[in-house]
Design a protein around this ligand. Structure first.
Ligand code: FAD
Length: 713
């Protein structure tokens, strides 16, 4: 099978990007025209019956029949037109067959009551009538998107209000200007519909983020005192290091405080005896030609060449093994071999996913990373939020659905769906709870653009990022725990670590937002509602991890084994980088997701026993995939959820920070305290090394004011 996917590179050429710039895209007026036409029968009805002419009903019925005819032909009727047709049909029966003139003499109030009923019914049925006409302006994929529905629920509600007021005005003919007012209100309704369709999406987003709209003017090296910095960053995890390095490169005076003695946070390596292990990160994404990680490395002058090794991957499901390489073609071929009847479906699924994935990176390619909706509006203009869904239909289709829905759309075999979604474990969510955004970044990203192991282990990648901070003039202070973020009237002033105070105009928390807001910030400064919001956020699951040095050669195995039968991952570090174990031996990291409360606190007596038992159990499970493993264990260590928590100060040792399931929320990258930012897994776009790199880029760019050159030298 040969996959024909949109070329990421070609699709993202500067020329193409200029063409799809939403500011160049004119608004289509088809929907507005259709909305106006839909009122034609009503206007005929009111004007003609106003002259005591029952013919107004017959003419209105004829016009609404004409409007409806084409819709019946295409089996896509519009709620408003269908309602009008039924009303005029009933009016004709009452007037001509029952010989009653009530719908002629009371055409105004009864007509508006009917319109109000149509509007309310469409709202109750979650099919706001204004959306019907607007659908002509948007791709089908966007019609069910929650943002589209919300917008039209507001517009239709506004129309319902207009109909109600018009009906009341006409019913009380004693009111002055009783005839002119309804016409004026209808006109206002049209203008509101038209303007709100274009500006409404931006307005709704802006309202949501109003508490975070502060501005700290900051020019590079505006701080000259020894302990005064432009930006202080709490935490040398990858999100913190990314923003630190980018800001340092732009000339800002940057300080990073890290409580541990080495950089990387969750993305680090550890050594036991002659073996080196990844502490948990098994694979990295975002390294394709326009990938965010590659772009950051290039901006920092770090050559990605030779730094990453493509993984070979084995999926084990129901005792069957499917081996694939790092590229999509080999994955698609392996899946087609295992599920021959679904070959075309697999092709279609990846075509769809690929289009959405590249659109995700294309709409914001000027900024090197996808953006949260608030920044889309701020940086790309108010109209962007309304126009982007037209230009990127696949992306907005995915954004409105779960991974499971997309799998169900294309694939039939449930086992195939399980294998394709195996990587969604990277999000810590089940496919039915994996949002479209997380599906694209965390699940489809590795499949479409490859999963890589950092040469030398994840710690080597973190070291390279830390080196970039320092080589551009930034300072990293290890073994420094930030104890307090200093604020004054909801504006940051600096950071206190022990007895030392570091003044800073801006503070970036790479520590989890819960740790930051509940432990590092004065409660009265954060504010009750924000604290309640942070407390309401659930954490994602944690993990039990085994580090095993094996006195045996495992190089015949792939470097990464996803065992879906036992819900654990085997990372053979030394297969990705042979330097991580002595010749003929192997370095293994076994990761099994578990709940934080599945393990006792460290100070409980049976903590060490439980740790040993869990490690032995996980090794035995791994033996089902790699026979004879337990007999060759030369070095053994393990990490529990409590280890992860104490190492990074991540509440509950959560692998992915806050829960990433559908319906969950993540804090905005700005706190409601002037000058306080978040960078890392706490905020958009979520957890994973590539995602926290993106968040670090967003944070640095925002601090630097999104300069025209986007920070490039
Ligand atoms: C077991 C495991 C497996 C994973 N596998 C993958 C994978 O295969 N691929 C992938 O992309 N992602 C994976 N992830 C997720 C990924 O590692 C994280 O999402 C990412 O590294 C988090 O980066 P961060 O920038 O949010 O910072 P973190 O890694 O959370 O680091 C935060 C840093 O802040 C420091 N800090 C906290 N509080 C303070 C304080 N008060 N003062 C000073 N310093 C402080 C901590 O010491 C730490 O260094 C995995 C995570 C785990 C735990």
């Amino acid at each position: 099978m040969s996959l024909h996917l949109p070329e990421g590179e070609a699709a993202m050429s500067p020329q193409h990007n200029a063409d799809i710039d939403p500011r160049n895209t004119g608004s289509k007026a088809v929907g507005t025209l259709l909305s106006a036409l839909a009122f034609l029968p009503w206007l005929a009805y009111w004007f003609i019956t106003d002259m005591d002419e029952p013919a107004g009903i017959a003419i209105a019925l004829a016009i609404s029949c004409a409007l409806l005819a084409q819709q019946v032909w295409t089996a896509s009727y519009r709620f408003f037109d269908a309602g009008a047709f039924l009303y005029f049909l009933a009016a004709a029966i009452v007037t001509y067959a029952l010989d009653s003139s009530i719908l002629v003499t009371e055409a105004g109030p009864i007509g508006f009551a009917a319109l109000l009923a149509i509007a309310l019914l469409s709202l109750v049925m979650h099919r706001p009538f204004s959306a019907d006409a607007a659908r002509n302006e948007y791709p089908r994929a966007y019609w069910r998107n929650p943002a589209f529905t919300t917008l039209h629920t507001i517009i239709t509600s506004a129309w319902a209000f207009v109909f109600l007021v018009c009906g009341i005005v006409l019913a009380s003919s004693a009111l002055p200007a009783a005839d002119a007012l309804p016409m004026g209100l209808l006109l206002a309704g049209f203008i509101f519909s038209f303007v709100f369709q274009i500006m409404g999406p931006a307005f709704l987003v802006t309202q949501r983020y109003r508490p975070f709209e502060w501005h700290v003017p900051l020019t590079p090296t505006s701080s000259h005192q020894q302990d005064e910095f432009d930006v202080a960053i709490i935490g040398a995890g990858i999100g913190g290091l990314t923003s630190a390095a980018l800001l340092a490169k732009r000339g800002y005076k940057v300080l990073v405080l890290e409580q541990q003695s080495q950089p990387g946070g969750y993305c680090r390596s550890l050594e036991r005896g002659d073996f080196a292990f990844s502490s948990g990160v098994s694979g990295m994404t975002g390294l394709w030609d326009n990938g965010p990680v590659r772009r950051v490395l290039q901006q920092l002058g770090i050559s990605p060449d030779g730094r990453f090794t493509p993984h070979s991957v084995r999926y084990v499901h129901k005792g069957q093994s499917i081996d694939t390489g790092c590229d999509l073609q080999s994955l698609a071929d392996s899946l087609a071999d295992a599920f021959p009847g679904e070959s075309a479906h697999v092709d279609a699924f990846f075509q769809d996913a690929s289009a959405a994935f590249f659109q995700l990176h294309e709409y914001s390619s000027r900024f090197d990373t996808p953006l949260p909706d608030h920044l889309v509006v701020r940086l790309m203009g108010d109209k962007a939020a309304a126009h982007l869904p037209r230009i990127y239909p696949n992306l907005f289709d995915w954004m409105g659905k779960t991974l499971q829905q997309k799998l169900d759309e294309h694939l039939e075999n449930n086992e195939l769906k399980t294998i394709v979604s195996a990587v969604s474990g990277q999000n810590g969510t089940r496919p039915e709870a994996t949002t479209g955004l997380r599906a694209l970044i965390g699940c489809m990203g590795p499949q479409l653009t490859g999963l890589h192991y950092p040469s030398g282990g994840p710690g080597a990648f973190a070291e390279a990022m830390a080196h970039a901070v320092e080589s551009h003039g930034g300072t990293i202070m290890y073994n420094y725990r930030a104890d307090r973020i200093l604020t004054d009237r909801r504006r940051v002033r600096g950071v206190r670590s022990g007895a030392e105070i570091f003044q800073a105009h801006v503070v970036v928390s790479n520590a989890n937002a819960r740790t930051c807001v509940l432990q590092l910030v004065e409660a009265s400064e954060a504010g009750g509602p924000y604290i309640d919001f942070i407390k309401s956020l659930a954490m994602s699951r944690s993990a039990f991890i085994v580090y095993a040095g094996i006195d045996g050669d495992l190089s015949s195995y792939p470097s990464l084994i996803q065992n879906m039968d036992g819900d654990f991952t085997i990372l053979i570090n030394s297969n990705a980088d042979p330097r991580l174990a002595p010749r003929g031996q192997s370095s293994l990291t076994l990761i099994a997701p578990i709940g934080y409360r599945d393990f006792p606190p460290r100070d409980e007596r049976d903590y060490d026993d439980r740790k040993r038992q869990f490690a032995a159990l996980l090794l035995r499970k791994a033996e089902e995939v790699i026979p004879g493993l337990t007999e060759h264990v030369a070095v053994l260590d393990a990490a529990t959820p409590r280890t992860l928590e104490s190492y990074t100060a991540m509440p509950e040792g959560a692998l992915y920070g806050f829960d990433q399931s559908t319906g969950s929320r993540r804090p905005h990258f700005r706190a409601p305290i002037k000058g306080l930012y978040f960078a890392g897994a706490s905020t958009f776009p979520g957890a994973g090394v590539e995602s926290v790199v993106m968040s670090g880029m967003i944070c640095a760019n925002d601090i630097a004011g999104w300069g025209r050159d986007n920070g490039r030298a």
